[in-house]
Design a protein. Structure first.
Length: 232
């Protein structure tokens, strides 16, 4: 895969106008965009369809989780937008419903355990497992159900890759080029470390959106991915 296609820019902006401005500014440097709650719930889903029509790839990061019938219907609607990736929470019923409903080239990514959760948060939510145990269990379930890939932190990627094998796609947010501000990310890695840990795609938001020259920042990350070579 071309290094340029491995960078996914998170369109974490409040309006379609702001998204259009950043997409225009990044031009041919970026071919893949992620749309999450903020933009999706501000007319961003219609914009996602237009972005896909214009030839960009689109990742809908709405982390679905509901009864199977509702998940399946939602997956079909997202497929009709022309999206490439959609996230769901890694609950077996939810993953199964999403996998069975996927169509039109849409690929399902499972979110194992939110990176904002630690062991105490899991205990408070009623789980009798550590984050590491739950991530491992859900990664194995995702593999067995036939999910297309997983979203995980760069520091989990090597372990998740061992569990799921080479076929699944791993997508890692929490990327900070050397010298960039961490923001609120507590666990992060450079682009080359994420690739070495087994990431196929890297999701980057603020290091590009908040850069004085976003296109140059994106080019530098693409160059670092290229220098890191194929995934580890
Ligand atoms: O600005 P930054 O590069 O931190 O953006 C990372 C993007 O990845 C955000 O859209 C964020 O919601 C998402 N994300 C994350 N950590 C996760 C899952 C998703 O940072 N575990």
């Amino acid at each position: 895969m071309d290094s340029r296609e491995r960078l996914i820019v998170a369109l974490d902006v409040p309006s379609v106008e702001a998204a259009q401005a950043i997409v225009a500014r990044l031009g041919d440097t970026v071919s893949f965009y992620k749309i999450g709650y903020q933009l999706a719930f501000a007319d961003g889903l219609a914009y996602a369809g237009k972005l896909a029509e214009s030839g960009k790839r689109v990742f809908i990061d709405l982390k679905l989780h509901d009864i199977g019938n509702t998940v399946a219907a939602g997956v079909k609607s997202v497929a009709r937008l022309g999206a490439t990736f959609l996230t769901v929470h890694a609950y077996p019923q939810t993953m199964q419903a999403a996998v069975e409903a996927r169509e039109r080239g849409l690929r399902i990514l499972a979110v194992s355990v939110l990176t904002s959760s630690n062991d105490a948060d899991l205990a408070a939510a009623g789980y009798g497992a550590t984050v590491e145990e739950l991530v491992a269990r859900r990664a194995a379930q995702a593999r067995d159900i036939g999910v297309d890939g997983l979203v995980c932190s760069p520091e989990e990627a090597a372990n998740v890759r061992r569990i799921v094998g080479g076929r699944l796609t791993l997508v890692t947010p929490g990327i900070r080029p050397a010298g960039a501000s961490a923001g609120d990310q507590k666990r992060f890695a450079t682009p080359s470390a994420a690739v070495a840990a087994g990431a196929d795609y890297l999701v980057v938001g603020r290091p590009i959106l908040a850069a004085a020259d976003p296109k140059a920042a994106a080019e530098a990350i693409v160059a670092e991915i290229a220098a890191a070579g194929p995934r580890g």
